[in-house]
Design a protein around this ligand. Structure first.
Ligand code: FUB
Ligand code: ZN
Length: 656
């Protein structure tokens, strides 16, 4: 019988051209730009916030910390969670040091850690809004306060910074925050028997547990998950005690959302489907998946499975975007997937990537790798322009400048990326995902290494084991692995066969091999000193349809090649794009254009186009009269790269 050992993953170096471009962009453009913005040194407009938050030009995020630290005088400005912009940025910077050492940036981040330490109170508390302007209201209006959400984001940053740089002060701030929270929350008498309106602390404490080994932090995360919804009136009672008047609300309108919106209407184990705010849901799910894995809590695990299924099978756009409505940035109901009013917040796709990564740690199922890949190459990535300095908060599947301007119900849909937002949660969230993408490529489960992403890399494990993956993904499906195993380690290697690849060919050491696909993976037993694997995935252009339960996509098709979902833009095609018709068997042509959009695969699709009616013709006519059509060709570019040229219409779903 084969005896396997547990490989330990030490380091992954991303060598993919596609991802190296994005990761260097984070270092060269994204981080410096965002730092300037947070210091109010950038000339930007933040008037295009999808929630019409009404802020002016300032972020004030660093200034808030300086005021809390006593280095500046003034009031807090921005949302109660404005600090989190800084923390997500810091986390992204920390990851970037792992692939691009940068002493100048390191000076800035070390100083930032000092500033954060100075802003932190003696008891570990840190939320600048409350420290500066409402010290008497700490932890008193948790439905809206985001205090634990805010500290959770620092804890994540502190863990990452400590992990990458060894800076003990960064970790110490995180521990002191967690200790403060531990002192104030729990079932013991005298503590608050509650939780934050916005989940985040659960996943952050789990990460702190991983970094420190301190079980108390995992227990606290578990407490927050178990306690949620135990007293469904918790938030209302707190609001009453803190002063019921809406004038006292920390974020206007937040009290109007029902308990379900906050995932607080009943204990999580009893919640059938994930209602409410999309980012809250996926952050909660990520926390649940961490805690379920570490504690073996079966109720939490079942909730992870339930929520996953509901999101992925009934509420996810083909691009991976989630959260269908701008009202509350929330999920709506099953199969409701409108393209032109879609919210699809960038943060929700980033959070979905976190959730997928954690689910891979629990079950070796290819579908988690599929969704992670979908987010990385579509829904999350579309949040940033190719210049690294413009961002989408909302990611629609259909857009028209005239609709965004003329229909208030679509005003949240931008057709170009904005400089920044009043609520700037998305830009740095995406930056931290891109900068840490190396951590999303492998999952080690016992004796098995799962290689579930086709992003070229060199991975070093213990005992000298090295896996080198080379490819030109996502443009080519030829995936080459070289395995060096000098100490004859025995392990299983699982390679994901993506759901979009109907067929595949496999060669091991140059000989064809037939292996069954088990839950989306093929498995090889490895104990040789060296091994080469060649996998050829099916990269044919696919004309896709949605389930016919999705009424918005009925009789529509979308174009996909490999993991990349395509979009038609007005700049390449004659408007209106609604006049094009594509048949499922349409002739398609694929070509890589290295000059376009920093190098993209372009798909041309044979189509028909209706002749547009005369503008003076009656609005309604007898449908039995044929409409003239002409042959046409649609030029389509990857969805993630849309809106990087002239402003205009865009469509993912095309008429059939
Ligand atoms: O509430 C904090 C963050 O702001 C959420 O995660 C985003 O959806 C935005 O509302
Ligand atoms: Zn966001």
């Amino acid at each position: 019988m084969q005896v396997y050992t547990t490989p330990k993953l030490n380091k992954v170096k991303v060598t993919s051209d596609f991802w190296k471009r994005y990761r260097e962009l984070v270092v060269k453009e994204v981080l410096p730009y965002q730092w300037k913005v947070m210091n109010d040194e950038a000339d930007i407009s933040i008037s295009e916030d999808p929630q019409n938050n009404g802020q002016d030009k300032n972020s004030h995020a660093i200034a808030n910390l300086k005021i809390a630290a006593g280095q500046m005088k003034g009031h807090h400005y921005g949302f109660p969670f404005q600090d989190t912009d800084v923390y997500k940025w810091l986390e992204a910077a920390a990851y970037s040091f792992g692939y691009h050492p940068n002493p100048d940036l390191k000076k800035i981040t070390d100083n930032l850690i000092d500033l954060i330490a100075d802003a932190q109170e003696d008891d570990g508390y840190l939320s600048t809004y409350f420290q500066i302007d409402a010290p008497e209201r700490k932890f008193k209006r948790l439905q809206q306060s985001h205090e634990l959400y805010t500290m959770g984001h620092y804890i994540e940053a502190g863990v990452a910074y400590h992990h990458e740089t060894g800076n003990e002060k960064a970790l110490d701030i995180a521990k002191r925050m967690a200790d403060c929270i531990d002192k104030n929350f729990g079932l013991e008498e005298g503590k608050i028997h509650g939780y934050d309106g916005h989940p985040e602390i659960e996943l952050a404490l789990s990460r702190l547990y991983e970094e420190t080994g301190e079980k108390r932090y995992l227990d606290l995360a578990h407490y927050f998950l178990n306690q949620r919804g135990q007293d469904p009136a918790f938030f209302e009672k707190q609001i009453k005690a803190d002063g019921d008047s809406p004038d006292r609300d920390l974020i206007p309108g937040m009290r109007d959302f029902p308990r379900e919106y906050y995932l607080a209407a009943e204990p999580i184990k009893d919640q059938k489907v994930p209602h409410g705010h999309a980012v809250r849901v996926v952050y909660l799910c990520t926390g649940m998946a961490y805690v379920a894995r570490y504690t073996g809590d079966k109720d939490l695990l079942a909730a992870c499975d339930r929520f996953w299924n509901d999101i992925v099978k009934r509420q996810m756009y083909i691009t991976g975007n989630i959260g269908q409505t701008t009202t509350g940035e929330a999920f709506t109901y099953d199969y409701d997937l409108p393209s032109d009013t879609d919210y699809g917040e960038t943060c929700a796709s980033v959070g979905m990537s976190f959730f997928a990564r954690q689910m891979l740690n629990i079950h070796a199922k290819g579908e988690y790798g599929d969704v992670l890949e979908k987010e990385l190459f579509n829904g999350a990535l579309s949040g940033m322009a190719l210049d690294g300095k413009h961002f989408f908060y909302v990611n629609p599947l259909e857009a028209d400048p005239a609709a965004s301007k003329g229909n208030p119900g679509k005003s949240h849909v931008l057709t170009h990326r904005a400089d920044w937002f009043g609520c700037a949660c998305c830009p740095a969230n995406l930056a931290r995902l891109i900068a840490s993408v190396d951590e999303y490529l492998y999952t080690v489960n016992g004796d098995t290494i799962l290689s579930h992403q086709f992003i070229s890399n060199e991975a070093e494990f213990d005992d000298g084991l090295k896996i080198v993956q080379t490819n030109h993904f996502p443009w080519s499906g030829d995936i080459h692995y070289e395995i060096e195993n000098p100490n004859d380690k025995s392990f299983k290697l699982g390679i994901r066969i993506p759901s979009w690849s109907a067929n595949f060919d496999l060669e091991v050491n140059g000989s064809a091999k037939d292996l069954p696909v088990e839950d989306g993976f093929i498995y090889l037993d490895v104990d040789d000193k060296s091994l080469t694997i060649d996998l050829k995935l099916d990269m044919d252009v696919k004309v896709m349809r949605a389930s016919n339960r999705v009424s918005d996509d009925f009789d529509k098709v979308a174009i996909q090649r490999g993991p990349i979902v395509y979009a038609a833009e007005q700049t390449d095609n004659q408007a209106p794009l609604s006049l094009y018709e594509v048949t499922p068997g349409a002739k398609t042509e694929y070509k890589f254009d290295k000059k376009l959009l920093d190098g993209v695969g372009v798909v041309k699709v044979a189509a028909k186009r209706q002749k547009i009616d005369d503008e003076n013709a009656p609005l309604y006519v007898d449908a039995s009269k044929p409409v003239e059509t002409e042959s046409a060709e649609l030029t389509m570019v990857p969805y993630y790269a849309w809106a990087n040229r002239e402003n205009g219409q865009m469509r993912v779903w095309l008429n059939k």
